[in-house]
Design a protein around this ligand. Structure first.
Ligand SMILES: Cc1cc2nc3c(=O)[nH]c(=O)nc-3n(C[C@H](O)[C@H](O)[C@H](O)COP(=O)(O)OP(=O)(O)OC[C@H]3O[C@@H](n4cnc5c(N)ncnc54)[C@H](O)[C@@H]3O)c2cc1C
Length: 318
């Protein structure tokens, strides 16, 4: 999770930052006092200092350099399908990538280049059209950047194993720059990918396996159908709330189900009847409703299985 520490600064400093960001010529859009609930699939949470959209590498590096030099904390957001912002006021600038970062193209030698802001599902379909198989990612919402940051995928395979190179903006001891980084197996694992120097992923070069186009499309349809059958797709949630514990033969969802927690409510959120690892905002849940219900579920699982469930969802401002 990309959260940078900041010093508390006053209204004047805030105005200086927003004035800088509004300078003509910088491909940056800024919305101050932005509503965090609208930024995520959970539709819960408070407000942040500002939502800033950067549309080019030049804009992004200028923005990040300025915020870091000003000791202003920031958080990189993809599509917000794996994030829960806390209620109240969150002392962070939220950065989203747009424009130049939202591109997908063939890159030769069976590779595809994709920007971090591109939709993961558009990438899956683009690949299939060129007989390149990313069907294991079918049905996972969000952006390419978010998928790389969490090595999204199935329990057995994540996107990172298909990536040749990640491009990122690094921030290290006052130095900033872009780097093309050949991803190594040591950099990622189940639901994590750790890149050096507080990287902001800007794009990837991905080399999927080849297969017959019709076979890939068939698998995509099958995988989406399975997801719809087994998960409450379309509900306000970030997908599975907890990671599956390593070394356990049963999943986090099965443990929660075994504890009889399907349908259990707290405030306006509920553990899904369809899939026990989905904690759903069933109305106007606050982030703290979600947080408390997740703690109740994790506590009951701990009592029964002696296993600490770890959140897969990135909790911001808690
Ligand atoms: C219905 C549903 C089903 C889901 N099914 C699956 C599934 O089968 N498998 C699975 O793995 N996940 C699943 N998810 C979770 C989620 O969709 C994935 O984790 C997705 O890849 C997150 O992408 P995002 O763009 O929404 O990232 P966000 O939620 O916006 O961010 C997630 C994390 O990535 C970081 N991040 C985002 N962009 C960048 C960037 N450019 N550089 C650096 N860090 C970045 C953020 O800081 C944050 O820490 C599901 C979610 C839902 C709602």
């Amino acid at each position: 999770m990309k959260v940078f520490e900041m010093k508390v600064f006053g209204k004047k400093d805030f105005k200086k930052i927003t004035d800088f960001l509004r300078k003509p010529g910088l491909d940056i859009k800024i919305k101050v006092n932005a509503d965090c609930a609208g930024m995520t699939s959970y539709r819960a949470g408070g407000k942040c200092k500002a939502l800033i959209e950067a549309g080019s590498e030049t804009a992004l590096s200028a923005l990040v350099k300025y915020l870091a030099d000003s000791n202003a904390g920031y958080f990189i957001l993809g599509e917000g399908t794996n994030v829960l912002f806390n209620d109240g006021y969150i002392d962070l600038f939220v950065i989203k990538l747009t424009g130049d970062f939202d591109k997908i193209a063939l890159a030769g030698n069976g590779c595809i280049s994709a920007g971090a802001a591109a939709s993961l599902q558009k990438l899956v379909i683009f690949a299939a059209k060129h007989s390149l198989d990313l069907s294991f990612l079918a049905g996972i919402p969000g952006t390419v950047g978010g998928a790389v940051a969490g090595n999204s995928g199935t329990t057995v395979k994540g996107i990172c194993s298909s990536i040749k190179e990640a491009r990122y903006l690094y921030v290290s001891n006052g130095f900033y720059g872009y780097r093309n980084y050949p991803l190594k197996t040591a950099d990622y694992g189940y639901r994590f990918c750790i890149l050096p120097d507080m990287a902001i992923i800007t794009g990837i070069l991905i080399a999927p396996e080849t297969a017959e186009r019709e076979d890939i499309l068939k698998t995509i349809r099958k995988n989406i159908k399975n997801k719809k059958r087994s998960q409450p797709i379309g509900s306000r949630s970030p997908g599975c709330f907890f990671k599956n514990p390593s070394g356990s033969s049963i999943s986090a969802g099965e443990m929660i189900d075994d504890c009889g927690l399907k349908g259990f409510h707290f405030g306006d959120c509920v553990i899904s009847e369809k899939h026990a690892n989905f904690i759903i905002n069933s109305g106007n849940a606050s982030a703290s409703d979600v947080f408390v219900l997740s703690k109740i579920a994790a506590g009951i699982v701990k009592n029964k299985f002696n296993i600490e469930l770890e959140s897969e969802v990135k909790l911001v401002g808690f």
